[in-house]
Design a protein around this ligand. Structure first.
Ligand code: URA
Ligand code: CA
Length: 435
């Protein structure tokens, strides 16, 4: 096989065969296919697309380009949740203990964040002592014992995707549905998921800004998953404004605790119940989504979800006292209110810009090398649709620096207030299932 023939084939709109896709991914991983040929191919894919079979083949070729995590020693159906990324997205912290308390095994491999706010590991590390550097055996033992554990990314997972994503980033080929969908799905499958719940965000703070693009990506991933034998579903959820109130690592841990106690923000709670119902159902712990939801509401009410969170933190070295006393989480030196400049209804809270403001305070990483401040961030007091009076606080800024004029300016220019009544945005646009 010659790469140049395969590039021409795709350029001319023809489909690539299974062996051809394997040849390309193997060759690219072992450096026998150079970047310039791969660039030409990704551009051809960008314009010509890929059919369902090609997408599934590309996904599995990337899975097989490196190590895969072996989770067969864990009892039960391992359902993984994946979010395409948002601002103040506290769902993983809530969902893990929530579904684990119903016996769904949560074997989560997670990463650190870049941009906006931290990733799941950063947030958990806001709990003093908590660590994810555990051996594989210990990880599996903990999931069997507590039904939940989190481990840092280790091993050589999907090296083809790493290389390809970096190449796409500098060749104008990131924004291709078949390439994005296979990139995300290959990582979930390599990490050992039996079934996958996807939270595809839509709106200003999301990777996909429009509902049509989000739907196309969600469908592409759901099809890939089901075509390669992993039950997969997706919800499309709002990310025009941040999710919940808190943005920032320790602040989001506190918000997760409140949500597990049944006292969290409505939108975060509802999204967790929706995604959680699908996870419980896919794991075979309920016979319908309705039953799954009832069970989730029950473990929030009777304290089992919160207790599972405590045991989970403690098992990985964390100070579980934070659950009953969140003041034991890292605290910022200053709390600064942002007063509204006029009366009216909040009509816009541009999620990605608010995320950037939190990053400027130190809650997120501007570059991979940045050191994040776990205590700082933003807690919204108003969301889209709420009425606010002049001088009433829109949000609280938690900062370790006193001079934050630039951050305030950024926040003011990304929160709009209008005289006309505004509706809250729809939280869950669609639920896409194939089963
Ligand atoms: N996220 C990924 O993991 N891969 C992509 O291609 C795009 C977003
Ligand atoms: Ca939040």
């Amino acid at each position: 096989m010659r790469m140049v023939d395969l590039i021409e084939k795709k350029r001319d709109g023809k489909e690539l065969m299974t062996e051809e896709i394997q040849f390309i991914i193997e060759g690219y991983t072992n450096n026998s296919i150079p970047d310039y040929q791969m660039s030409a191919l990704t551009m051809a894919i960008y314009f010509q697309g890929m059919n369902e079979r090609e997408r599934a083949d590309l996904t599995m070729a990337m899975v097989n380009s490196g190590d895969t995590i072996e989770l067969s020693a864990i009892e039960g159906i391992k359902v993984d949740k994946h979010s395409t990324g948002g601002v103040g997205d506290t769902t993983t912290l809530v969902l893990g203990p929530l579904v684990a308390s119903l016996g769904v095994p949560v074997a989560k491999m997670s990463g650190r964040g870049l941009g906006h706010t931290g990733g799941t590991i950063d947030k958990l590390e806001a709990v003093n002592g908590f660590h994810v550097e555990i051996e594989n055996d210990e990880f599996i033992r903990l999931v069997n014992q507590n039904k939940i554990a989190v481990i840092g990314q280790s091993g050589n997972l999907t090296p083809a995707d790493k290389k390809l994503y970096a190449l796409r980033d500098v060749t104008g080929t990131v924004n291709s549905i078949p390439l994005i969908a296979s990139s995300i799905m290959s990582k979930k499958i390599a990490a050992g998921a039996d079934a996958i719940c996807l939270d595809v965000k839509t709106g200003a703070g999301a990777f996909m800004k429009t509902i049509d693009d989000s739907r196309e990506l969600a469908n592409a991933m759901v099809n890939i998953g089901n075509n390669v034998g992993r039950k997969t579903m997706a919800v499309i959820s709002d990310m025009s404004q941040p999710l919940g109130y808190a943005i920032g690592n320790a602040l989001e841990v506190k918000e997760a605790i409140e949500t597990l106690r049944g006292e969290g923000p409505d939108d975060l709670t509802e999204l967790c119940l929706t995604l959680g119902s699908h996870m419980v159902y896919l794991a075979g712990k309920a016979t319908s989504l309705k039953e799954a939801r009832q069970k989730l509401v029950e473990v929030i009410k009777n304290g089992k979800a919160l207790e599972t969170f405590k045991v989970f933190l403690k098992s990985q070295g964390g100070n579980s006292e934070v659950v009953d006393d969140p003041s034991k989480l890292p605290q910022a030196k200053y709390q600064i209110e942002l007063p509204a400049m006029e009366n009216g209804y909040v009509s816009e809270i541009v999620a990605d810009e608010i995320g950037t403001a939190a990053m400027m305070l130190g809650a997120g990483r501007a570059t991979k090398e940045s050191i994040i401040d776990l205590a700082v961030g933003i807690v919204l007091k108003k969301k889209i649709g709420d009425y606010v009076k002049k001088d009433e606080s829109l949000l609280t800024i938690y900062s370790n620096i006193e001079q934050i004029e630039e951050v305030k300016q950024k926040l003011y220019s990304n929160i709009k207030i209008t005289k006309q009544k505004v509706d809250a945005p729809i939280l869950i646009h669609e639920e896409i299932t194939r089963i």
